[in-house]
Design a protein around this ligand. Structure first.
Ligand code: DC
Length: 222
């Protein structure tokens, strides 16, 4: 069974996808982490993220692995654990930039399809999971929330980590990333026609999780 979870930055899709994979005992595939790993390598190599040719060349010499073990997920870039290094706002922005290149997407989508097939049962999370990677996914969920609520969640998260950020700055970044993801020509962020769209504005994580679990159970019982 393949469950596709898509949505914009800050919609809660990562947290929900992880919870779901754990509950169901499915493999969790975080496709955004793969774009982020490429972005980190691009940054470290000093090449221009807007140069499709240079990024694709670099990817030929790059190995990305997602490891699921004991409910936690590790991202390995050329064998090195970069799980934390890829989680910065800067890398998120660069990931969004390199994700605009069709050739970059082609390589990563191919890898993601293979990972999903190998896993058999998987929760796959991203921006094009239900539209491009697995158009035949058994269940497609598109999580969303207002930009203000998504920025508020992110702001709280970063404040808790002790970072010096302002809400206005985060809201600006959320809107910028939406713009990049929604306006790219190749696989723009949008719900698949047969996706269940869940607006999480004003809902708790637990409410959203239970809503999705009910959809999964209905699928499993058919
Ligand atoms: O979900 P995330 O914030 O980790 O993703 C980082 C960026 O990667 C996101 O802004 C766009 C890109 N991305 C994508 O284009 N397609 C995916 N399936 C996943 C992420």
């Amino acid at each position: 069974m393949i469950i596709a979870i898509d949505g914009p930055a800050g919609s809660g899709k990562s947290t929900i996808a992880k919870m779901l994979a754990k509950k169901l005992g499915f493999t969790y595939i975080d496709t955004g982490a793969m774009y982020r790993a490429v972005a980190l390598k691009v940054k470290n190599s000093g090449i221009d993220p807007d140069s499709e040719k240079d990024v694709v060349e670099l990817m030929k010499k790059t190995n990305i692995q997602l490891l699921n073990s004991d409910g936690s997920v590790k991202v390995l870039l050329d064998g090195k654990d970069v799980s934390n290094l890829i989680r910065t706002e800067e890398i998120g922005k660069t990931a969004s930039q390199i994700a605009r290149h069709p050739q970059v997407r082609k390589v990563l989508v191919q890898m993601q399809r293979e990972m999903g097939k190998k896993a058999v049962n998987a929760v796959i999370e991203g921006r094009d999971t239900g539209t491009v990677i697995f158009p035949d996914a058994d269940l497609k969920i598109f999580l969303t929330a207002s930009p203000e609520e998504r920025a508020e969640r992110r702001y709280r998260e970063l404040k808790e980590k002790g970072l010096n950020v302002t809400y206005q700055q985060i809201l600006k970044e959320v809107k910028e990333r939406d713009y990049l993801d929604e306006t790219r020509k190749d696989s723009p962020l949008r719900p698949a026609d047969d996706a269940v769209v869940i607006d999480t504005t004003g809902k708790t994580l637990q409410q959203v999780f239970e809503e999705i679990l009910a959809l999964v159970n209905r699928k499993l019982n058919f």
